[in-house]
Write a protein that binds this ligand. Structure first.
Ligand code: ZN
Length: 403
């Protein structure tokens, strides 16, 4: 059956026109084999057969990509990356480098939320905001968390609430460290006050106003969050703690938080599938879980004496590897596993209408992956960023390949 353009399609089109042909679409719901029409950076149609020859004659030439044998999934939404670099826990030489455009796109990430971490001293919010603007102009979609590990958090306007209300890119406060030897040891009242600033800032700014907590391996876990929720004023939905796969106690608390109406985020990588499996065994609501990469951040190991024993840098490429683990381990269906890195985080940060979904009207953020969960092609707002597994659009200072 041919696709017949209707009166709903415009006669002139800004930007590239692309037909993605023959992929199995996971939206992340399983839509089966579908063609996808991209116009002006958005998804204009999804149908079993879209005939590029039958499109209105006034349109410019159409780019057709044959994706037969590939899965087409939403561009990944990574709600926790250290875009300006992080680390420094072993001194200045261990400050990690900035995240580049192609680090994101080759991992299938088309929407990213940047944050500061341990180091809110030599990295600051101005640098993070500028980096978010830079990546956005290079082609992906960005947001940021205001703050860092420390309390009171560093901000742009002088307050968390002010940043959320006044700065477009700020969606909440994070990553504020709790239950961690690197935290500022915030009290229950400190956390309660920050949650209140997020809540009211979110209301005034028309945003989620999330308090995004970095949770360490300390025994308290997120007990303070439960204490605040139990007071009955600030709802569980205001909180998204991350690194919730770090200990078995945290996996259980993650489950409890989702049952109370909150959300819990896990850090991708080896062991993530097992931790999510434990959370599900404790009754976690899978639709309220997400996975982020901690990309650009340092992944330090500390010895029993508290001294730094080793250091690695987080990469967003762990996201799809974790989806693969979840699906092949049988912890979740592929549809549910994909939701953890697409629709669930998009919903959590208030972008569920346009991001993390393959749907008519949504942004054309799309990733074609092969049977081995390797990224083949990536489109960000309709623009081809990765082709045949290789980046074709580069960040300003990234070396383009020599011809
Ligand atoms: Zn963290």
């Amino acid at each position: 059956m041919g696709f017949v353009p209707t009166g709903g399609l415009p006669t002139t089109i800004p930007g590239p026109i692309t037909v993605l042909h023959g992929a199995h679409v996971m939206a992340p719901e399983d839509l089966g084999r579908q063609d996808v029409l991209v116009l002006g950076g958005r998804i204009a149609a999804i149908a079993p057969e879209i005939d590029s020859q039958a499109l209105p004659s006034g349109w410019p030439s159409v780019e057709v990509h044959n994706l037969t044998g590939l899965l087409l999934v939403p561009g990944l939404v990574d709600a926790h990356e250290h875009l300006t670099g992080g680390g420094g826990e072993g001194g200045p030489a261990t400050r990690t480098p900035e995240v580049t455009l192609t680090m994101l796109t080759t991992a299938g990430v088309t929407t990213v939320v940047g944050c500061l971490g341990t180091d809110g001293t030599t990295r600051d919010m101005r640098g993070l905001l500028a980096k978010a603007y830079a990546l956005e102009s290079e082609g992906v979609t960005t947001r940021i968390w205001t703050g860092a590990y420390e309390v009171p958090p560093p901000t742009l306007t002088g307050s968390v609430r002010g940043d959320i209300v006044l700065i477009d890119k700020v969606i909440g406060c994070g990553e504020v460290a709790v239950s961690d030897h690197r935290s500022a040891q915030p009290t229950l009242q400190d956390i309660r006050r920050l949650a209140a600033e997020c809540r009211v800032g979110g209301m005034l700014g028309g945003k989620p106003g999330i308090l995004h907590l970095h949770v360490g391996s300390g025994r308290r876990g997120i007990e303070d969050v439960f204490a605040i929720i139990a007071e009955g004023e600030i709802p569980a939905a205001q909180f998204i703690p991350t690194h919730m796969g770090r200990t078995q106690v945290l996996s259980r608390q993650a489950a409890e938080l989702t049952r109370a109406g909150g959300r819990a985020d896990f850090t991708a990588g080896p062991g993530c599938s097992q931790s999510i499996s434990e959370a599900l065994a404790h009754g976690a609501d899978a639709t309220r879980l997400s996975v982020s990469s901690d990309g650009g951040g340092s992944l330090p190991r500390f010895g029993p004496d508290g001294a730094l024993a080793g250091l690695q840098v987080g990469s967003p490429s762990t996201l799809l590897a974790t989806v693969r683990d979840l699906a092949t381990d049988g912890v979740l269906s592929l549809e549910q596993a994909l939701a953890l890195v697409t629709s669930n985080p998009a919903n959590a940060i208030g972008l569920g209408e346009t991001k993390g979904t393959v749907a008519v009207g949504a942004d054309a953020d799309l990733v074609a992956i092969d049977q081995a969960y390797q990224v083949r092609n990536v489109w960000a707002r309709g623009r081809l960023m990765v082709s045949g597994g290789q980046p074709v659009v580069f960040g300003t200072f990234e070396p383009a390949p020599k011809h």
